[in-house]
Design a protein around this ligand. Structure first.
Ligand code: SAM
Length: 226
């Protein structure tokens, strides 16, 4: 239980209920409809994350759990001559990302299968790591492993920009936790998490943690620095 922190309102959060080795398949089946969900409930938080990432051309950018490439498209546009790497567990999501990025095929990017638990990047090599709506799928007991891996690849002073489904803080937002309790799959396996404290424990400096609610769906946007 020590890996399962209480939330700001002292509720016991729910843990991940779809195992990591099934997540790729789950997202393969969600991929055709994912962008509609993403636009309706996640676009404000994702846009804010891109603002905070403040990407400059020439950087080494890694997006983990790149999904259908919604954020990655903007990242590559802003960093045409830098290095852009997008990885994800789900071939179905990556197929959509590859299609989305087609118009930028002359830019410097790669999209491939990969896991947050074992990144291919060398130590201290990444300027900015973007990771949207993935920790809400990771069991509490495994979160530290991913954070250690993120920290390993980031340069000293490198930025970590995270978006997660989080615990609801405003009217109506708890509906999604209720749906998850009944059917985790309906929520794509996502439940509300809060990552700032964990990142702080791992030595990250937390510059900001913002709460967004869109169609009642609660998200946190975190800007942290190694
Ligand atoms: C809710 S979707 C978010 C996709 C994208 N980041 C976005 O915001 O549109 C979650 C994504 O995380 C991916 N994922 C889950 N666990 C992962 C892991 N350990 N490593 C890499 N990708 C993972 C899933 O395959 C899925 O594409």
């Amino acid at each position: 239980m020590e890996n399962q922190p209480r939330t700001h309102n002292n509720r016991m959060p729910q843990d991940a209920r779809i195992s990591q080795h099934k997540i790729g398949g789950v997202y393969d089946s969600i991929a055709p409809l994912y962008d509609i969900w993403g636009k309706l409930t996640e676009s404000r938080a994702r846009d804010r994350a891109l603002e905070l990432a403040d990407i400059r051309d020439g950087q080494n950018i890694l997006e983990v759990a790149v999904g259908t490439g919604i954020a990655f498209l903007e990242i590559v546009k802003q960093n045409p001559s830098g290095t852009n790497t997008g990885i994800d567990l789900s071939p179905g999501m990556l197929k959509k990302a590859t299609h989305r990025l087609q118009p930028l095929s002359h830019h410097n990017y790669t999209i491939s299968i990969g896991t947050a638990f074992q990144l291919e990047q060398t130590d201290n090599s990444v300027d900015t790591l973007v990771n949207n709506y993935m920790f809400d799928l990771i069991p509490f007991v495994d979160m530290d492993k991913v954070i250690i891996e993120f920290k390993r690849v980031l340069k000293p002073g490198g930025k970590l920009v995270l978006v997660n489904m989080t615990q609801g803080e405003k009217f109506g937002s708890h509906i999604y936790e209720r749906i998850y309790r009944i059917s985790p799959r309906t929520m794509g396996g996502c439940r509300g998490v809060e990552l700032s404290n964990k990142l702080f424990t791992h030595g990250f400096t937390i510059h900001s943690r913002e709460y967004y609610q869109q169609m009642l769906f609660p998200s946190e946007v975190i800007l942290a620095e190694k």
